[in-house]
Design a protein around this ligand. Sequence first.
Ligand code: ITT
Length: 200
Amino acid sequence: KTIVIATKNKGKAKEFEALFEAKGFKIKTLLDYPDLPDVEETGKTFAENACLKAETIANTLECLVLADDSGLKVDALDGRPGIYSARFAGTDKSDAANNAKLLHELTGIPKEERQAQFHCTLAVAGPGKETLVVSGEIEGDILTIPRGDEGFGYDPLFYVSKLGKAMAELSGDEKNKISHRAVALKELDQCFSNWLEEVN
Ligand code: ITT
């Protein structure tokens, strides 16, 4: 069984590899299809962007495709950067630039007002199938100093209080048990296990 993950983000790809291997799937990502044009994320919501990515690639490759649209929602920033998390800092899309921008925007915001959520919406599309959409979230607080060097993106600034650690201080296995992506995948398993089992 093979599933194409419609992502070029190596951090996401690594997590999906671990999560789908456990289900007996082999995964490919867009890094295996370097000639495919980029899908422009023109949607206004995580769900619109996830469907756009999954359906466009499923139509092109004519196979089962899962897309992930995810991001960080910060209460003190009225939910920003949200769907713009990958390009928060503008043209420099590096994790370092985005993290610096986040710290800058939260300058002077006290500890008890730094609540945030990581959000993940997954869309699974296949030729002739209705697209499935699920979401997951995890609560945290934005740190003032980065901690840990595991994971990717905003992980060093996202403190998971129930574990007493920043996301980037968790091992890959630990993150895959509790992350927004893991919560969304659990939801996918529950609602759509038959759908997933039928496809190859
Ligand atoms: P693809 O569209 O190719 O999948 P992308 O990085 O552009 O890659 P998104 O548009 O979904 O993907 O943006 C998600 C951004 O949100 C990502 O670049 C990170 O900055 C952040 N993010 C998502 N999940 C995260 C996680 O588990 N840990 C840390 N940051 C995360």
